[in-house]
Design a protein around this ligand. Structure first.
Ligand SMILES: C[S@@+](CC[C@H](N)C(=O)[O-])C[C@H]1O[C@@H](n2cnc3c(N)ncnc32)[C@H](O)[C@@H]1O
Length: 270
């Protein structure tokens, strides 16, 4: 394992925060633990050489590897299920009633390996039932980690990740993947999710505004200023009456956010 000087640690922390919003200023051990082997296999002999290279002449592959190593991608199906109850009991009835064009726009921002957008896709199928084919319900799912997006596109999961799903959903929405205890998402659920690379630090320029934005357990890694700026961008990308759902361990600054507080981790654009 390599060691890192305070100067190189600060240079790396600043680079990651400026470009990706992720605040690693208290994560020295994580940086050293996750990057040391890759730095050595890339042919650098120290963090100093690596950070110099990263700051001055990185390639897209260098950034990809760094993000794969430094992002935290933990997630599972039906995580924080009270959001999905609210989605089913309040948000969907409102949208189905009001969206005369029969098109829902839902964004899973920071989707990691796909469990969140696939959960949304299953709920949409359950809710709409035989009406599903009359609606455009495609879910946009974005992340900056290419490893996470590859896993999301593969859509192969261990049974542990499925543990929170309601009874019967595993049989209904998954197929055995060939290895005991491993399952793949069924084509109908998979085809309703579009995965894209998107850095949440960038301006939001998607063609449509969103009825619901799920951005859960992503902003916990951002500082207040980065978070406030992102929430403002989310607000401008939300349809009037639309919702922003964040992780239950997170909260928005109620004095500065333009969203209306509905209940913990649930906000709405009036
Ligand atoms: C812990 S996962 C959350 C997954 C899911 N939303 C959930 O709640 O279970 C956080 C994800 O945010 C992504 N992320 C972090 N910073 C990002 C950024 N600047 N732009 C896009 N995604 C980012 C990470 O790559 C990671 O996959």
């Amino acid at each position: 394992m390599l060691t890192i000087t305070e100067t190189d640690f600060q240079r790396l922390v600043r680079f990651v925060k400026q470009n990706y919003g992720i605040d690693l200023s208290k994560k020295k051990q994580l940086i050293v633990g996750r990057l040391s082997n890759s730095i050595l296999s890339m042919g650098f002999s120290s963090f100093e050489e690596y950070v110099d290279h990263l700051l001055k002449n990185h390639t897209p592959e260098d950034l990809e590897l760094m993000l794969n190593k430094l992002t935290t991608n933990y997630t599972y199906f039906m995580r924080e299920e009270s959001h999905f109850e609210f989605f089913t009991e309040v948000i969907l009835p409102y949208l189905i009633e009001t969206k005369k064009n029969r098109s829902l726009s839902i964004w899973s921002a920071g989707c990691s390996s796909g469990e969140e957008p696939y959960t949304i896709s299953m709920i949409l199928k359950e809710y709409l039932g035989s009406q599903a084919s009359m609606w455009d319900t495609r879910v946009l799912a974005t992340d900056i980690s290419q490893n996470a997006l590859k896993a999301a596109n593969n859509a192969v999961y261990d049974k542990d990740s499925l543990r929170n799903l309601p009874p019967g959903w595993k049989e209904k929405y998954f197929r055995p993947a060939g290895t005991p205890g491993v399952y793949t998402v069924s084509p109908a659920i998979k085809s309703n999710v579009i995965f894209r690379t998107f850095n949440l630090m960038n301006p939001i320029k998607f063609r449509l505004k969103f009825d619901v934005i799920f951005c859960r357990n992503v902003m916990i890694y951002f500082d207040q200023e980065t978070k406030d700026a992102l929430v403002n961008r989310f607000y401008n990308a939300t349809n009037p009456g639309g919702y922003l759902l964040i992780g239950h361990s997170e909260s928005l600054n109620r004095n500065s956010t333009p969203y209306h507080y509905i209940k913990p981790a649930t906000y709405r654009r009036e």
